[in-house]
Design a protein around this ligand. Structure first.
Ligand code: SF4
Length: 172
């Protein structure tokens, strides 16, 4: 396996990936991120996940994750979790874009659960259902209903309105 660079401007990632594949006869290539800008210490897991998504899309075989502590300190367990989640997102987004068989199945199921306001199913299918459930519970504690959330509010919930329009059209 060939080790790749850890800092690459976004517009040069495609060229790096293609050149490595050509020069190394398609040998597996792994990248650390890559970090696409140096201006956000403390957020390098996000900065690197952006580069990792592009690198994976252009054929990286392995993504080496980066934590928020990169360039600053030894990562804590919370830093490690944040980095791993960011890179799981990067890898999954690239899998979808590369149209790997089955990569979208869970996304489609969550979309349907969302449209149905089936919160339990949405949390069950989510990568980190516990975190999603905790955030959603803020609305439950505020006594808000199940067919919208506090992001847009009941009157402007596009999914609730779409469902009402659909129900109405089916009755006509
Ligand atoms: S209120 Fe807005 S964000 Fe919340 S479920 Fe409805 S459309 Fe989605």
């Amino acid at each position: 396996m060939v080790e790749g660079p850890g800092h690459v401007p976004f517009d040069q990632i495609e060229m790096n990936m293609k050149r490595q594949q050509a020069i190394c006869d398609g040998a597996p290539f792994y990248v650390l991120g890559p970090v696409v800008t140096d201006m956000f210490p403390g957020y390098d897991h996000l900065v690197a996940a952006i580069g990792a998504t592009a690198a994976a899309y252009w054929g990286a075989s392995f993504l080496c994750y980066v934590t928020p502590a990169e360039h600053l300190a030894l990562p804590t367990p919370a830093d490690v979790k944040a980095g791993c989640v960011a890179f799981k997102i990067a890898a999954h987004a690239a899998d979808i874009a590369r149209k790997l068989p089955g990569s979208r199945d869970r996304d489609d199921a969550i979309s349907q659960a969302r449209a149905d306001f089936n919160w339990t199913k949405q949390f069950d299918l989510a990568f980190d259902g516990q975190t999603a459930r905790e955030i959603r519970s803020r609305d439950s504690k505020a006594g808000l209903g199940d067919d919208f959330c506090s992001m847009c509010g009941k009157d402007w919930c596009a999914m609730r309105i779409s469902r009402e329009v659909k129900d109405m059209s089916q009755k006509m």
